[in-house]
Design a binder for this molecule. Structure first.
Ligand code: ADP
Ligand code: PAZ
Ligand code: K
Length: 254
C-alpha cells in the first residue's frame, strides 16, 4: 500500500491506496504549530482504527502548498510511516507538459490535479479546486498545462464579510432557499453561494471564449459539491482527484 498526502492551507488530506484502489482517506486540520509527534499520534491512531500496520506501507508521496510545514511532515513520515516521502516538486516526473512562466511557482496541488484530470477526463479540460483559495487550471486540447486562475476561496470570502463589517455575523456555508434573503444570514448566504457560482461560470465562460474551446469542467476540493450544484458550467465533481493524481505521480517515479 502507498500513503498519499496533500497538504493544503486548511486541511491535510491523506489516502491509502492498494494498487489503484483507494482503501481509506482522512482529513486533518493543517496546523502550522503541531509537532512531529502530535501529527504522529494522529497518524498512528488513524492507522490503528483502519487496521493498517506501518510495515504494510511501501511508500509515501506528499504535495504541499505550505512550505513551513515541510520539515515537520518529512520527519513525520520518516518516523511514523518508515519512509522518506517523495515530494511533488522539482526533479519529479509528472508527465505533464507545462507552459507557466515559472513552473516552480505553481502550487503542487494544481499540478497534481492537472495530472489526474488529464488522465481521467482527457483534454481540453478545466479543473476547479475549491480549497482555501479557488484555483482553475486549464489544459489545452494538445494536453499542455497553460495556467489558470486563482481567486479567494468560498470560506475566505465569507470570512472577509464577517471580519470587515461590524453587523455581519459569521455564517454557516449553506444554501438559502431563495436568492432574495429576508434576513441578514440568508442574504449573506445568497451572496456567497450564488455569487460564487456565478463567478465560477463567468471564469469558465471566459476561458471558453478566449481559447475557443468546449472543455470538460471538473471540480474538486472541500466545498466543490456545494458550489458545483449551483453552477451551469461544472460537469463533474471528483472529490478524490488530488489523491488520485498523487497515486499516478508516485507510479511514474518508482
Ligand atoms: N468534507 C467537507 N465538507 C464540507 N466542507 C469541507 C469539507 N472538507 C473541507 N471543507 C471546507 O472546505 C474548505 C476548503 O477545504 P480544503 O479543500 O481542504 O482546502 P485546502 O486544500 O486549502 O486545505 C475549508 O473551509 C474546509 O473547512
Ligand atoms: C493557490 C493556492 C494557495 C491554493 O492552495 P489551497 O487553497 O489548496 O490551500 C496554492 O496552489 C498555491 O500556493 N499556489 C502557488 C501560486 C500558483 O499556483 O501560481
Ligand atoms: K487543495
Amino acid at each position: 500500500m502507498i500513503l498519499v498526502v496533500d497538504v493544503g492551507n486548511t486541511n491535510i488530506v491523506l489516502g491509502l491506496y492498494d494498487g489503484p484502489a483507494l482503501k481509506q482517506h482522512w482529513r486533518l486540520s493543517t496546523n502550522r504549530s503541531s509537532t512531529v509527534d502530535e501529527y504522529g499520534i494522529l497518524l498512528t491512531n488513524l492507522f490503528q482504527i483502519a487496521g493498517v500496520k506501518a510495515e504494510e506501507i511501501k511508500g509515501v508521496i506528499l504535495s504541499s502548498v505550505v512550505p513551513p510545514l515541510m520539515p515537520t511532515l518529512e520527519q513525520l513520515f520518516r518516523k511514523y510511516a518508515g519512509h522518506e516521502p517523495l515530494i511533488v516538486g522539482p526533479g519529479i516526473k509528472t508527465g505533464l507538459n507545462i507552459r507557466y512562466e515559472n513552473p516552480k511557482e505553481i502550487g503542487a496541488d494544481r499540478i497534481v490535479n492537472a495530472v489526474a484530470g488529464l488522465e481521467r477526463y482527457g483534454a481540453p479540460l478545466v479543473v476547479v479546486d475549491f480549497g482555501t483559495a479557488t484555483t482553475f487550471d486549464y489544459i489545452d486540447p494538445s494536453g499542455t498545462y497553460l495556467g489558470g486562475v486563482i481567486m479567494p476561496g468560498v470560506g475566505i470570502s465569507a470570512e472577509a464579510l464577517y471580519q470587515r463589517a461590524s453587523k455581519l455575523p459569521r455564517i454557516e456555508l449553506s444554501k438559502p432557499r431563495h436568492v432574495i434573503g429576508r434576513n441578514t444570514v440568508a442574504a449573506m448566504q445568497s451572496g456567497i453561494i450564488y455569487g460564487y457560482a456565478g463567478q465560477v461560470d463567468g471564469i469558465v465562460n471566459r476561458i471558453r471564449r478566449e481559447h475557443k474551446v468546449e472543455p470538460k469542467v471538473v471540480a474538486t476540493g472541500g466545498l466543490a459539491r456545494l458550489i458545483a450544484e449551483e453552477t451551469e458550467t461544472i460537469d463533474t465533481v471528483d472529490e478524490m482527484l488530488t489523491l488520485e493524481g498523487l497515486r499516478i505521480i508516485y507510479e511514474r517515479n518508482v
